[in-house]
Write a protein that binds this ligand. Sequence first.
Ligand code: PEP
Ligand code: MN
Length: 363
Amino acid sequence: MIVILKPEATESLVKDIVSQIESLGLQAHLSRGQFRTVIGVVGEEVKVDPEHLKSINGVEQVVPIMKPYKLASREFHKEDTVIEIACPQGGVVKVGGPHCVAIAGPCAAEDEAMVFQLAREVKQAGATVLRGGAYKPRTSPYSFQGHGEDALKWLRDAGRENNMPVITEVMDTRHVQIIEKYTDIFQIGARNMQNFNLLFEIGRTRKPVVLKRGLAGSISEWLMSAEYVLSQGNRQVILCERGIKTFEQSLRYTLDLSAVPVVKQLSHLPIIVDPSHAAGDRQYVPSLARAAIAAGADGVMVECHDNPAKAMCDGPQALLPDVFASLMKDLIAIAGVLRRSFSGAADSTSRQSAGAAMGHNVF
Ligand code: PEP
Ligand code: MN
């Protein structure tokens, strides 16, 4: 259930209600909106008497949340959540609300030189977050599994050089600490959407997480997975639609773009789209990316490579950096029509003036 407080509710009243809830063995999660504070009560709700809560002076309303997920729901947090990711050399990348993000880089960090080269190219093209796999979830155990800690170091250093936060996939609870040390954002891959121990473990960190939708995960199951992370106190969850299995065989997966407006209606969390893994074929990636931003997604994550034919994984879906650069121009234009922007996506001079004109933070 959620307890909606009156706008004039004092800090000491908030504390008092929280301690009453906690003394019953339940969790109290605060959501502070522009005008009022909402307390999400999670746990065995039968232990709480809603009539008692309603009778407290300063409480406006007590509302049950019927959905199985609570903290991920719009009822709990009315406004869009905006997640701020610190850049290694200062500034932040914002995701959600009016802010779109462009994440780009190779499927796997193959060697130091390629990571640095691609990082420069995708940054120049307008990406603000660098992606790259260090531990790869491969369908075959004989396929390349990633360069592990070496790859994490290359990504961190290339991110520093270009002032880009870095995202990489975490597949195993045993890798959480080392990935946390080197990177800025955890990625939970499609195959791990329901790895509940991993979700709990990431929930105990305080780093942003991109949670991909499972290959056959429903939207409700996906939001329950987000709830696992949120329930541990990590509020920085970004959802990522990356295509699901359907009867359609033309492409690797079917990108479910309807998930974007549906998630926006059900949840306050930002949602981005990965058109690369959905299509599995580079010729379709730009159209899907454009459609994602047009549908209201809070950004895209795109795989790029300088020599896709030689890529160690996912070469057929990788965009050449110049194709990505021209795609970015379209995405910026489409976002503009929807009164949204990719912060930091233009060159430094136009970035400053465009950002200042829109009243957004720029870096
Ligand atoms: C990836 O981003 O490299 C990846 C493996 O994605 P997914 O989990 O969506 O298959
Ligand atoms: Mn990939």
